[in-house]
Every structure is written in C-alpha cells, then in structure tokens.
Ligand binder design. Structure first.
Ligand code: UN1
Length: 522
C-alpha cells in the first residue's frame, strides 16, 4: 500500500534508496542529516531522506533570493495565475497527496485529503487577492499633494512548518507570499519529509512553464541545522514559524535580533464553554471533533471543556458514552488504520508523543485527578491496530483545579473538564492561560454572544460560537494571541505582513509647503 501511494506521487518505493531532500530550484541534493520517515500507524519505514547541510541551505536561500527579483517584477495578477495553476496541479493529485499525508503524518483519510483541499482553497483566495490587495490613497493637508500607502514585496519568506499540518500551513504561506511578490524557502518538519518533497515536485513544473525559477519555492528538508540557518539568515526578511512555544520563543528572539519580521503560530490551550442554554447535541458533536479529531494533534484541538454546573453531569455522561464505545466492535467512533475510510481516530505521530500522553495522564492521576472514561493509555493490538503503531485511547479527565496540565499543551487526545456557574467566570477561566489560539462558546443567548466577542470576552485569535475550536476555514486570518505568538496566516489581513509598506507623499504643485504649519522660508 505504501508503495502504491509513494509511486502515485513519483517518490521512490525502495526504502534503502536515499532521497535527496534539498531543492534549490535547479537540482535536488542532500548531504546533511538523514531523516527517516516512519508510518505512525505501522512503524514501517516509508523512506530515507538526506536533508540539506548548512551550506546547501545557504545556497538554496541565495537561489530563492535571486528568484525573488523576478517574482517581484512580475505583475501581481500574473503571480495569481501561477498560484491558480498550482491549484490545478494539486487538484489533480488531491487524493494521492491526501493519502500520503495520512500515511506519513497519521491523520485519517478524510482529514489528509482535507488538508490538500485547504491548500487548494487558499490558492483560490490568493489568486483573488492578486487582483485586489490594495494600498491606500489618503488626503494630504497640503495643496496639490497626495499621500499613498504602498505595499511592496519583502524578498524571501522562510516557512518553517510542523508535522501536524504538513501541507496546509505551507500552502497558506506559499500562496500569500507569492501573490504579494515574494519567493519562499520551506523547512518542513523533519518527520514529514516525503509530503514536502511530493508537494515541491508537484508544483515545480508550474514555475518552470511560467518562466519563473522554481527556486521561488525552494525546499530544505532537515533538522535543527537547516532550520537555524533559515531563521538566522539576513537574506530571509520574514520567517513564518509554526511549532512549539519553546522553539518559537527562540525563533522569535533570533529573528528580532537581526531586525527581521516573524509570524509565529505556536501552542494552543483551546477551551470550549458549554453554557446552560446551549443545544447539547450540537455541542457534543462540536466538542467530539475538536477534542478527538486528528487524535488531538491540531494546534486548535480542544484541551479544556468548561461545563455549566446545571448541564455538566448530563454532558459528561453523554460524551463519556461516546468515548467508551470507541473500543466496541462496530461502533462508529473507530480507532485504527488512518487510511481505512471508516476510521475516525488514527495514531499519534511518534513514540515521543505517546510518552508525553502517558506522562500527562499519569501526572493527572497521581495528583488526584479523575479519569472519566473506561479506557486510557495505549490501544492494544487486540483492537486490531498494529503493535508498532502509536495508538492511544482518547480520554476525558477531571484534573484537580491547580493541576499544571491546565496551563500546558499536550499534543494528544486528552480533554480536561471543569464546571462553572456564570459566563463571566467561564470567560475568566478561558483567558487565564498563557496561550490564546482558539476558543468556543456554545450558547443560544445573544447577550452571552456579545460578551464573548467583546472587550471582556475571549482573548484568543479564534473566538467561535456554536462551532468547535478546530477546523477553521481559510477566509479569516488564522493565528492566536499571547504565547501563541500573535501571528496571522492565510486569510483576512494576514497578507499585509508579507510586504513592506511605504508611505509616499507626492507633491504635484510648484510650491514646497510644509506640514503642521511649519515655516522654513529662506
Ligand atoms: C494547525 O493545527 O497548525 O483550524 C493548523 C484548523 C485547521 C488548521 C490547523 N484549519 O484546525
């Protein structure tokens, strides 16, 4: 099966062969660290990729910088046309690429495909943007003067993406960077190199047939060396980083130290509030997808569930029933092979994630917390999963009030529950964590909705109502506040960060008047 998926995307199927993971626009190379791609569901080796060395990374940055000079001279709608053709190239392989995401990352088939669809969607958005992104024309106080605010390209945009969204997050950044006139260099997560090589190979011909160097979308697979080289390079004016708070903090400092720009999309500690007037059936479905979907490995996954005291008991019992049924044959919440279309819960990405899941769970229990479902820990092979796979049971827990798990993100399907009495109290709990990515309120009250969206409401970048915390569309800017990093990607006004803005005052009179009434006559 792996061979079929790999060969459908022109990737080698012989796992003893080493695949070069650095693309500078003209050739593929790789003399850096070896990256082993492993299937999270079976443990089988899918490929061996040779990453970019420091020198190769620097050369790829140089090539991308050269390409940026041609990208920026191309009219924006022409760049939009290239992005439209990237869309077509992706659409042709949407199923194959989606399957490769499932195979290498471990998310279920429809979510793997969904990620490619998210890239396709943002191509549409960016193509439209290429004809509509506008500066400003402003009135001047001086006669026969006009003020313009003018966006121009930055140069090379460095894209450092995470394993959990190995396609879509690159898509958000590549497309917006291109239409705003920049080239890119992509450093994907070291554990998903095959997806990034497949994507790069798919889109490379689009550049070539449109007369742009393919270095406009350069790729450096690799680990810390390649990543650090991109982040530290003064030839990369903007670094868009998705990953942990810990690494993001370092990236932010290094970029700031050289006065570059950074877009940071870091941890989430996303909360769902279910109020007493909520439609519980709807809330149940929203919570389930956001907490259990992608096996809890989205930045936007729900980690905290706050229930109004009056509905808490009923809600927990209905939710726990669904969780518990996961282990029952024939149940619709199926744990197993992510490529099997009926599966809803795939594996965690790697062994380390399983260890972190276990450590968080054991910590909660040892500090007096309660597990509210009947199964927890690793899924055993009696449930039809591979012994070598990283499968864990999704769990619902009630940690103690002061448990450290409330303020830390564990990238696993662990949902912590607490109760509240007033909406004000719930909002305070929602906000009382370092992170600020996504949040949801389930309610039918317009008053609560107003509060939730207003200045005393949720302090997150995503503030939903009767919609779960995950699965955002590309139309709005995506990102979060506080320790999530304040960055915005994909839609909304995110594109405005990918340009350098200039304020231009133009005098078309024959005089030289000064603003603010200043006199400087000689
Ligand atoms: C991420 O987890 O880094 O809103 C991105 C969502 C997806 C993107 C998640 N559209 O869940």
């Amino acid at each position: 099966r792996a061979s079929r998926i790999l060969s459908s995307l022109n990737l080698p199927t012989d796992t003893n062969q080493t695949i070069p993971g650095c693309f500078d626009g003209t050739k593929w190379s790789g003399s850096g660290e070896e990256l082993i791609s492993k299937c999270p569901a079976t443990g089988e080796i899918l490929g061996r990729v040779r990453g970019a060395s420091i020198e190769e990374t620097q050369a790829a940055i140089k090539a991308s910088k050269e390409a940026s000079k041609l990208v920026r001279r191309m009219p924006a709608p022409k760049r939009g046309e290239i992005v439209r053709q990237i869309r077509e190239a992706l659409l042709e392989k949407v199923d194959e690429l989606g399957d490769l995401v499932s195979l290498e990352m471990g998310k279920i088939k429809s979510e793997g495909r969904g990620e490619v669809v998210e890239f396709i969607d943002v191509c549409d958005y960016a193509t439209g943007l290429s004809r509509s992104m506008k500066g400003n024309v402003l009135p001047s106080e001086r006669p026969e003067h006009t003020i313009y605010e003018n966006p121009n390209p930055l140069g090379v945009v460095g894209i450092l993406s995470a394993f959990n969204f190995p396609v879509a997050v690159y898509g958000w950044n590549l497309t917006i960077a291109l239409v705003t006139g920049n080239s890119t260099i992509w450093k994907p997560a070291p554990s998903t190199p095959l997806v990034s090589i497949a994507v790069t190979k798919l889109i490379q011909p689009v550049f070539e047939r449109n007369g742009l160097p393919a270095a406009a979308a350069a790729l450096v697979c690799g680990g810390i060396d390649a990543g650090k080289t991109v982040v530290a390079s003064t030839d990369v004016p903007l670094v868009s980083f998705t990953g942990s708070e810990k690494v993001g903090k370092e990236v932010g400092k290094v970029v700031q130290d050289r006065f570059g720009k950074a877009i940071l999309e870091l941890g989430g500690n996303n909360c769902v509030i279910v109020d007493e007037d909520a439609d519980l059936g709807q809330a149940l479905q929203g919570v389930l997808f956001a907490a259990v979907g992608t096996a809890g490995q989205r930045c936007t996954s729900t980690r905290r569930l706050l229930l109004h005291k009056s509905i808490a008991k009923e809600f927990i019992s209905r939710l726990a029933k669904i969780y518990d049924a996961a282990g029952t044959p024939g149940n619709s919440l199926k744990v197993g092979d992510p490529l099997e279309p009926s599966t809803l819960i795939g594996p965690l990405h790697n062994k380390l994630a399983v260890e972190k899941y276990e450590a968080t769970l054991n910590g909660i229990i040892s500090r007096g917390g309660e597990v509210l479902v009947s199964r927890s820990g690793r899924v055993k092979s009696d449930f039809g999963v591979s012994e070598e796979g990283n499968f864990v049971w999704p769990i619902l827990v009630k940690p103690k009030k002061d448990d450290p798990c409330w303020i830390e993100e564990t990238f696993a399907p662990i949902l912590s529950v607490a109760e509240f009495e007033t909406i004000e109290e719930a909002i305070e709990i929602n906000n009382n964590v370092p992170q600020g990515l996504s949040s949801s309120l389930f309610t039918s009250s317009i008053k609560s909705m107003g509060k939730w969206l207003g200045p005393d409401g949720s302090d997150c970048g995503i503030v939903n109502i009767n919609v779960g915390t995950s699965g955002a569309e590309i139309g709005a800017g995506f990102g979060g506040n506080k320790s999530t990093g304040w960055g915005r990607e994909s839609g909304g006004d995110a594109w405005k960060q990918y340009v350098r803005w200039s304020a231009a005052t133009v005098n078309y009179s024959t005089k030289m008047p000064l603003a603010q009434g200043v006199n400087f006559g000689v």
